[in-house]
Ligand binder design. Sequence first.
Ligand code: FO1
Length: 314
Amino acid sequence: MSDKHYLALSGGVGGAKLAHGLAQVLAPEQLTIAVNVGDDFEHLGLPIWPDLDTVLYTLAGIANPDQGWGRADESWQVLDELKQLAGPSWFLLGDKDIALHLARRHLLDQGLDASTVAQSLAKRLGIHQRVLPVSNDPLRTLVETDEGWLEFQRYFVGRRAEPTLQSLQFKGAQQAQLAPGVREALTHPGLAGVILCPSNPYLSIMPMLAVAELKERLQTLTVPVVAVSPIVAGMALKGPAAKIMAELGVEPKANTIAELYHDFVDLTLVDNADAELVAGDRRCLATATVMKTVDDRKALARQCLAEIERLQQC
Ligand code: FO1
């Protein structure tokens, strides 16, 4: 097992939980985690990279346990004072979180690329896995709604994902190159498999697949690709995945995830709650996918690795 390498794709809170499980059961040098960058934006001059930060905080054990994003043991002096000064407070930034954004600003101002910045912050947080943006180039998710086009965070946080989603655009995707470290993981001689963490297929995974080289490489890989459904019993455990699927006219069901990824995913793990639904569907396997504890995260991670092993034997 020790010379094997795995690539995990993650976005959002659910994705970070499985990424954490994988980091717990693999040696650091065995795991590369590529994160979505479509949610990133500049706010009050600060570079906010939510999907990277959620993975960093979760792996470092300092994520806010209730929200999943942001930090535990946070204070809100800056935001409270900002409100008094009639500054924008729709996007909640805690004091320690602001420090991370300032550190990132400082690194970017030295001309470092996004992957180098991510790795520098990971090291400063005591993380030894490679946690990388899917691309070092700008790529931003825009959401077309019944209220017009919205930038991602304005839709997701500003409007609480309430407007009806009509379509998505991944601005910059045409030019965005696959981050070198992610390409290295995909061409690693010991690459044993790829895991799609239980992230929103539309808001987290598709913006990553919009980087053409990533999708092409996943479609031509000779090692197994396993996905974990973020939909359990017709609902998303967190976030608007089921709502978006319904708005796009797609059945918000666990086996729909297998459909969405059919051209590159070999097996989709769905929760036992959906065992009936996927009975007879060879693309799916029912298991325990709801992660309430760190042990649950490790167990699901081990199951992903075991299924990859089994598929490799086939
Ligand atoms: N999500 C919210 O619903 N409200 C917020 O105010 C908020 C602030 C925030 C700050 C930093 C950060 O890294 C994430 C934050 N998130 C917030 C979550 C974020 O919008 C989502 O995690 C991702 O963009 C989608 O997964």
